[in-house]
Design a protein around this ligand. Structure first.
Ligand code: NAD
Ligand code: UDP
Length: 327
């Protein structure tokens, strides 16, 4: 085996983003350990990898310590959709904070390079637009989204303290809304909701008046950014925004999905969830300058691939992670 092949631990590896990362790393020949507690995912996302000799699946919760000898860790374990991360808010904080402590401890002992999947939610409901990494955010620390936002902010703090105090080699990426195949059909995020509603003839649920904006990145672009950050020189710790600066209102997204699916679904309006950010768009100057990264796949192209994926799966094979509703 050549020396560039690595032992890579991917927490949350069965989830939407994790399963794409596992695929890329297994295909590159690395030895991959996929660790997941299957809270918001199912084995179906990685079942096709189970007979590959360089892929190993471990059912484990990151709030508990984990021992393995590894060269790189990608820490993705955490529910990402507001409906599911608000279902058990205390567990969400534990997953982010205790998960980070456990994985950073593992990185310190094994001298592994460690990557943290942070989020644009660290910016909260931002007062500046677009958001550069230097912006410190506007987060409600006691609101319904705080378990996720503050959990991820504390995880960033831990990453930088382990880096300063223990010399751990860290990479922190702030991910903006990403979509694509392998999203759970009952994930509850806007792209999966709208596509499932459109292809099954249900009303499309717009929260608020649909004027809030998001910037949507196709998953393949995002994973390229992850790998570029992990392979960058050691002084490129991040945080680095990775996302697509194309900005759309939620109403525009609904109209695109209806047009692309040829659906007869109607738009219906529901109350805006509490603390729902009104606008979000990444400033990707650092990713462009330090990583030579920028997204390549426009929304219409990525949506077409995602619609095709959701049409190809059997919804009866999926269990709702929780019955929680946004408030
Ligand atoms: P996802 O819900 O599909 O995947 C998360 C995975 O983590 C799931 O497989 C879940 O079962 C697992 N998990 C949750 N809690 C765990 C625990 N305590 N122990 C072990 N495994 C656990 O979500 P995703 O979109 O793939 O997100 C992956 C990561 O990226 C998350 O950390 C999320 O916060 C971050 N992120 C994603 C987005 C996005 O738009 N997709 C945006 C910002 C940040
Ligand atoms: N949203 C919506 N209808 C849905 C799901 C979400 O209008 O069925 C809105 C939500 O209120 C938010 C945006 O779409 O303004 C993105 O929501 P998502 O849960 O995907 O992620 P967020 O960026 O809020 O974490």
């Amino acid at each position: 085996m050549s020396t560039h092949l690595k032992r890579i631990l991917i927490t949350g590896g069965a989830g939407f983003l994790g399963s794409h990362l596992c695929q890329r790393m297994v295909d590159a020949g690395h030895d991959v350990i996929c660790l997941d507690n299957f809270f918001t995912s199912q084995k179906s996302n990685i079942v096709h990898l189970l007979d590959r000799p360089n892929f190993e699946l471990v059912r484990h919760d990151v709030t508990q310590p984990f021992m393995a000898e590894v060269d790189e860790i990608y820490n993705l374990a955490c529910p990402a959709s507001p409906v599911h991360y608000q279902y058990n808010a205390i567990k969400t904080v534990k997953t982010s904070v205790m998960g980070a402590i456990n994985m950073l401890g593992l990185a310190k002992r094994t001298k592994a390079k460690i990557f943290q999947a942070s989020t644009s939610e660290v910016y909260g409901d931002p007062e500046i637009h677009p958001q550069p990494e230097s912006y410190r955010g506007s987060v409600n620390p006691i609101g319904l989204r705080a378990c996720y936002d503050e959990g991820k902010r504390c995880a960033e703090t831990l990453f930088f303290d382990y880096h300063r105090q223990n010399g751990v080699n860290i990479r922190v990426v702030r991910i903006f809304n990403t979509y694509g195949p392998h999203m759970h059909p009952y994930d509850g995020r806007v792209v999966s909701n709208f596509i499932i509603q459109a292809i099954s003839g249900q009303d499309i649920t717009i929260y608020g008046d649909g004027s809030q904006t998001r910037s949507f990145c196709y998953v393949d672009d995002l994973i390229n950014g992850f790998i570029k950050l992990m392979d960058a020189p050691d002084d490129v710790t991040g945080p680095v925004n990775i996302g697509n600066p194309g900005e759309f209102t939620i109403k525009q997204l609904a109209e695109m999905v209806i047009e692309m699916t040829g659906s007869k679904s109607k738009l219906i309006y529901k109350p805006l969830p509490k603390d729902d950010p009104t606008q979000r768009k990444p400033d990707i100057t650092i990713a462009q300058d330090k990583l030579g990264w920028e997204p390549k796949i426009p929304l219409a192209e990525g949506l077409a691939k995602t619609i095709e994926y959701f049409k190809s799966i059997n919804l009866a094979d999926y269990r709702k992670p929780t019955d929680h509703q946004v408030q």
